[in-house]
Structures are given as structure tokens and as C-alpha cells.
Ligand binder design. Structure first.
Ligand SMILES: C[S@@+](CC[C@H](N)C(=O)[O-])C[C@H]1O[C@@H](n2cnc3c(N)ncnc32)[C@H](O)[C@@H]1O
Length: 370
């Protein structure tokens, strides 16, 4: 698969070369790894504040279900967080599963150091993996199956609903905003992907992750900026004073504002590299950014066309997923309907030559041991 890789020292400058150990590079939407295999089974640990790493196993009874979810604007949402307002229902789970497969095609399955960090090479230590905001658990289930000698813990606002949970994996229901102190010193890998809109203080989360990791452990983050980019990778900056095209970028501007007003860290994608780089507990910081076509508009690039079709499906569902957040932010139903319908058509007809951008950072925790 073709990979158009532009390396840069600085995430704000994608052109200059570097040979530093702290590596920064950008990639215009191309991938370099095989798709994942996802397997699963179910056991649910519901712990609003469990002691770590051992949790109790619960089955998802009707009462837990009732407590974990609520209905809003025709969708099922988590009932714990007033910050994270995207759905947690079957349609959203399907979108996240599909998105996971697409990310595997674009970015590969794991960040480069992960297999060696999780190697079964330390007598007396059972290595452990933590996935924060696991969603359907697609990533942590892969990791638990691929590294069966490790313990895997998945945390989310709702129980992970997987029919085949591996024995070395458990799901905890928790709000990350309440803190991670109970996990300090327990994990070799901490992974989090696209959770920023539910996190109140992302720099504080990064600092906490530094303490959750064992020496030599790996933090692996991926976030997006709720923005849209043109075909030259320039941000399309739009305000929310009008309902007008370009429609998908405009819809995103409204969504970003609504998520910010809820208290979500919608700027995390842009700030997390520097937060990690400036944290003395982290070393070997690697930055990557990917521009993913929002629809199949790039007819000269077969891989971008393939991913564009996948994103087109993702965005169609995402436009519906954003309704509770946007309506809950006070947007009138008729204006949202106009915005949503036009955005849907724009993406379905591949009219906008648009990208969305995800940013990925991984780093290791300094090992001061002799
Ligand atoms: C967009 S989904 C991404 C799911 C998964 N990381 C993935 O990439 O497939 C965001 C997930 O983060 C979870 N989340 C957001 N804020 C959270 C918080 N404060 N505590 C726990 N989970 C949170 C949501 O419930 C949701 O499942």
C-alpha cells in the first residue's frame, strides 16, 4: 500500500526532516498494515471506582442496563456523564466497529513499540494493558487476544458488550474524569482513542496516565480535532453564525462548539503532543498525523477512494449520532434538519474535496531503574 510520508520534527510543520528519536510525521491518508481480526466474549465488571487491577465480574442485568443508559432525542446515551453526549446504542457500536477496521487499514494494528513493551520477558511480572474509553472494545479485544499472557482492562461509561470476552480481559464502567489514581503503577500500556469530547481536562489525563504506567510503559493516544481540511490540507475555518455551505464542515463547526460547551477537550488533538513532550516522565515521543478523505473524491488515488467510501458510511451514521449533542445544545430542530440533510448530501455525492485529520502520539515512560 502506498504511503506518502512527510516527516517533521514539529507537529505544526509537516515538511522538515528529522532523524531525532522523537519523531514527528504526517501522512496523507495512506496505511501500511493488514486489517485486524476481532474476537470477543462477555464478562462485565462494573466498577464505579473499583480497586485495581482486580475487579468483580457482573453480568449485564436489566437493572445495570437501566442504570447505565438513558434515552435522548431517539438515541440511547450513557447516563453517567453530562460531558460525553454521543450515543452508546447499537447503531453507534456498529459505526465504531466499522471505524476500527478502517483505522487498522490506515494506521496498522498497533504502534511500533507495543509488541516489545508487552513481551513476556519479565519474570514475576504480569504485563497489563489499559484501554480508556474502549467503546465496543474492538482495540482491547484484539490486544487481549494477541497478548494472552497480559491482563487487559477496558474502561468506559457503559459496559463493553462483547459476546466473547477473553479470560484475560475485563470491562469496567467508570468516568475517567473522576481520576485514575486507583490504577497508578499498574499498567505497561495505556491506550486511548477518540475520547477527548468526554474528557474535561486532557492535560491532567495525560499526567495521570504517566503515573498509571510502569517504568518503560507505553502511552498510545489518537484524537481528532472536530475540523475539516481542504484538498491542500488547510483547515476550513467556519463559524456558527449561519446555516450555509460548505455543509459537512459547517456541521462539524456546530458539533465542536456543542462538545466544547459541554466541557469536552475538543482541542486535545492539537495539544496532546506538547503535553506529552513537555512531561518529564515521558521519553521517545512519536507523533503522526493522518488526513482521511471524508468521501470518495480523490479519484486519482485508489486507496483514498477506498477509504473515502468507508468514511462516507461513517459520516452518514455520525451525522445521526450528533443529534442528541446538537439538539441538547439548543439548536432548533428545523435548523439542524437543514444542516444535516445538506451535509449528508454533500458527503453522499462526494461534492466536497474534504479531509478530516487524526493525530496520534505515543511515548514511553522514562525508566529510572538502574
Ligand atoms: C468515539 S468513542 C471511541 C471508542 C473507542 N476508543 C474506539 O476508538 O473505537 C468514545 C468512547 O469514549 C467513552 N468515553 C468518553 N468520555 C469518557 C469518560 N469520561 N470516561 C469513560 N469513558 C468515556 C465513550 O463512552 C465512548 O465509548
Amino acid at each position: 500500500m502506498a504511503a506518502l510520508l512527510k516527516r517533521s520534527r514539529n507537529p505544526d510543520d509537516f515538511e522538515s526532516d528529522t532523524d531525532d528519536s522523537d519523531t514527528v510525521y504526517s501522512q496523507s491518508s495512506c496505511g501500511f498494515d493488514a486489517p485486524p481480526t476481532v474476537s470477543s466474549n462477555t464478562s462485565y465488571t462494573r466498577s464505579m471506582r473499583s480497586s485495581s487491577p482486580v475487579g468483580s465480574v457482573w453480568s449485564l442485568t436489566d437493572s445495570i442496563r437501566e442504570a447505565a443508559y438513558k434515552q435522548e432525542y431517539g438515541r440511547e446515551l450513557n447516563s453517567y456523564s453530562e460531558v460525553y453526549r454521543l450515543p452508546a446504542d447499537a447503531e453507534e457500536r456498529e459505526r465504531l466497529e466499522h471505524q476500527h477496521t478502517m483505522f487498522m487499514e490506515i494506521m496498522g494494528k498497533y504502534s511500533a513499540p507495543l509488541p516489545s513493551v508487552l513481551a513476556n520477558d519479565t519474570p514475576g511480572e504480569t504485563k497489563a494493558i489499559l484501554d480508556l474509553g474502549c467503546g465496543t472494545g474492538s482495540w482491547i479485544l484484539d490486544a487481549a487476544n494477541d497478548f494472552p499472557h497480559c491482563n487487559a482492562v477496558a474502561v468506559d461509561l457503559v459496559p463493553m458488550q462483547s459476546p466473547n470476552m477473553p479470560l484475560n480481559c475485563r470491562s469496567e464502567v467508570d468516568d475517567i474524569n473522576l481520576g485514575l489514581e486507583h490504577f497508578y503503577g499498574d499498567f505497561n500500556v495505556v491506550h486511548a482513542r477518540l475520547i477527548s469530547s468526554g474528557i474535561k481536562d486532557f492535560p491532567n489525563l495525560i499526567n495521570q496516565i504517566a503515573h498509571v504506567l510502569r517504568p518503560g510503559g507505553l502511552v498510545d493516544l489518537m484524537e481528532w480535532d472536530f475540523g475539516c481540511y481542504d484538498e491542500w490540507y488547510q483547515p476550513i475555518r467556519l463559524d456558527t453564525s449561519t446555516i450555509a455551505g460548505p455543509w459537512w464542515p459547517r456541521w462539524l463547526a456546530f458539533l465542536k462548539l456543542a462538545a466544547r460547551n459541554r466541557g469536552g477537550s475538543v482541542d486535545a488533538a492539537d495539544t496532546m503532543y506538547h503535553c506529552i513532550k513537555d512531561n518529564p516522565l515521558f521519553d521517545d515521543v512519536v507523533y503522526r498525523t493522518f488526513y482521511i478523505p471524508a468521501s470518495p473524491w480523490d479519484k486519482n488515488n485508489a486507496f483514498n477512494m477506498h477509504i473515502g467510501y468507508e468514511m462516507q458510511k461513517d459520516i452518514s451514521s455520525f451525522l445521526r449520532a450528533g443529534r442528541p449533542l446538537l439538539l441538547g445544545s439548543g439548536m432548533p430542530e428545523n435548523l439542524l434538519a437543514e444542516l444535516e440533510m445538506n451535509a449528508y448530501r454533500e458527503v453522499a455525492e462526494a461534492r466536497g474535496r474534504h479531509y478530516i485529520r487524526v493525530q496520534c502520539v505515543y511515548a514511553t515512560k522514562r525508566d529510572h531503574r538502574p
